[in-house]
Ligand binder design. Structure first.
Ligand code: EPU
Length: 431
């Protein structure tokens, strides 16, 4: 089993460049299926989830060439509307193929979804929305089968601003008959990037006030060249690692506009950073201040920044509170951190501010973090992607040698994590 061996105690110093965003690139690869010509995507990260998505497109008959971060997708001729079993439970992308495949074939079959185990992760909003647009869907134990002669525009009011559901509706709506209005929609930068790509392909799509997307269906979409935005989760991960190791790291291509909420949390915690022309530089904090933090949909503090930031709070002087409001079960990873010496207690109450939809449901979705606690080296297994990077930071600041297994999770989402860390001076080996 592949593992990372990390020696703690080395400050990270130097510069890394942020790769393209996993959560934009994978969706934009799917959007290529809507074009009646070749689409070129630049700044596509070389990660497991991109590879799985490209394999999925190839299994449908698309031609996909990937060289040095550029993916050229020719989906003019597809041979099937059925995503093969080999893609079963590999990630959450197949559900997004429903719209494009229905446009191409009038029917679609996709396998059951995978992805990180951070909650139940239902797809009811996706299915209800597509049904409203005229799609008949049946769920089987192996996945979903859908059919629709035509998809019609509809007014969809999402119960929660789900990223995946918003993208799914968008991919169906751009070529549906009539206008689709998505209310209470997600407006994450990755979704705005997807919308920009679709517009360049010929879609009529607008983001209006109050989280509302308005999409007027068109009859065809053409090819385009689109550059994927930098990954704001990778950026935040490396900024945290630089600060916590007491180092000095310039994260090139980190975009302030996508990191506003993260940088506000850094500032409140007294972690020094500087906005430069083409990136963000972080330096060693003198003393980290405890803070109250609540995760939220964009423009709030991302749930995917929570894991590295909790680690920062284990090093803060005092009591911090973290309230996770996006997923009901995203603190499982803290058990291993506690074994390394962190003082983190989980609670079912909504601590720290607002009452969220998990109130009174018995989910341990709030954490009290008491710091500062030195961390001991350990042998730890990564449970999910974002927890994975927080374990890497924990090992980088721990006393001695740590062994991390389950690294497949990390490699699904972080391009060349070892190369980047080594270039900053980390003592990390792969075995
Ligand atoms: N939800 C429902 N029903 C639905 C859809 C969502 O109840 O039909 C709930 C979910 O269970 C969750 C919440 O709504 O509690 C938010 O889920 P969302 O649909 O927004 O998440 P997602 O699209 O499955 C994406 C990212 C996640 C990221 C979330 C939130 C991808 C591939 N995944 O997931 O990223 O945490 O949005 O920003 O884009 C990661 O990259 O490691 C990762 C987990």
């Amino acid at each position: 089993m592949k593992k990372y061996i990390i020696q703690g105690g080395v400050p990270l110093r130097g510069e890394i460049t942020v790769p393209g965003a996993k959560n934009a690139a994978t969706k934009e690869l799917v959007a290529c299926l809507l074009a009646d010509d070749v689409v070129t995507l630049e700044n596509v990260p070389d990660i497991g989830d991109v590879e799985v998505t490209m394999e999925m497109l190839k299994s449908l008959g698309a031609k996909v060439k990937y060289t040095n971060g550029t993916a050229v997708v020719d989906a003019r001729k597809l041979k099937t509307s059925k995503v093969v079993e080999a893609q079963h439970r590999k990630n959450r992308i197949p559900i997004l193929l429903l719209g494009p495949l229905l446009h191409r074939f009038g029917k679609a079959t996709i396998p059951a979804l995978g992805g990180c185990l951070i909650g139940a992760r239902p797809v009811n909003f996706h299915l209800q929305a597509l049904e409203k647009m005229g799609v008949e869907i049946s769920c089987t134990k192996d996945g979903y089968t859908a059919k629709a002669k035509i998809m019609k525009g509809a007014v969809i009011d999402l119960p929660f601003p789900s990223v995946g559901a918003t993208e799914n509706i968008m991919l169906a709506a751009v070529m549906a008959q009539g206008t689709t209005i998505i209310k209470n929609a997600a407006v994450e930068p990755e979704i705005v990037d997807l919308a920009s790509m679709l517009q360049a392909m010929g879609a009529i799509i607008n983001l209006e006030v109050n989280r509302t997307w308005v999409i007027q269906g068109v009859s065809s979409l053409k090819g385009t060249t689109h550059r994927v935005i930098p990954d704001r989760i990778v950026a935040a991960s490396f900024l945290t690692a630089g600060a916590l190791t007491g180092g000095d790291v310039f994260v090139k291509d980190a975009r302030q506009i996508d990191l506003l909420a993260f940088l506000n949390a850094m500032r409140k915690a007294d972690i020094p950073f500087k906005i430069l022309k083409d990136g963000i530089r972080v330096t060693a904090p003198k003393k980290i201040k405890p803070i109250v933090l609540e995760t939220d949909v964009h423009p709030g503090f991302m749930t995917d920044w929570q894991q590295p930031f909790v680690l920062a709070l284990t090093q803060a002087e005092g009591v911090s509170i973290v309230h996770e409001t996006v997923y009901e079960d995203r603190f499982g990873y803290t058990k291993a951190l506690q074994e390394m010496g962190a003082n983190i207690q989980l609670h079912c109450e909504c601590l720290g501010g607002k009452t969220c939809r998990y109130a009174g449901k018995g989910y341990r979705h709030s954490a009290i973090v008491v710091g500062p606690t030195p961390l001991k080296s350990a042998k730890i297994e990564i449970p999910d992607l974002r927890a994975g990077f927080s374990y890497i930071i924990a090992a980088l600041i721990a006393d001695g040698e740590s062994t991390i297994t389950g690294v497949g999770h990390i490699e699904r989402g972080y391009e060349d994590v070892i190369g980047r860390l080594k270039s900053l001076g980390a003592k990390i080996e792969v075995k």
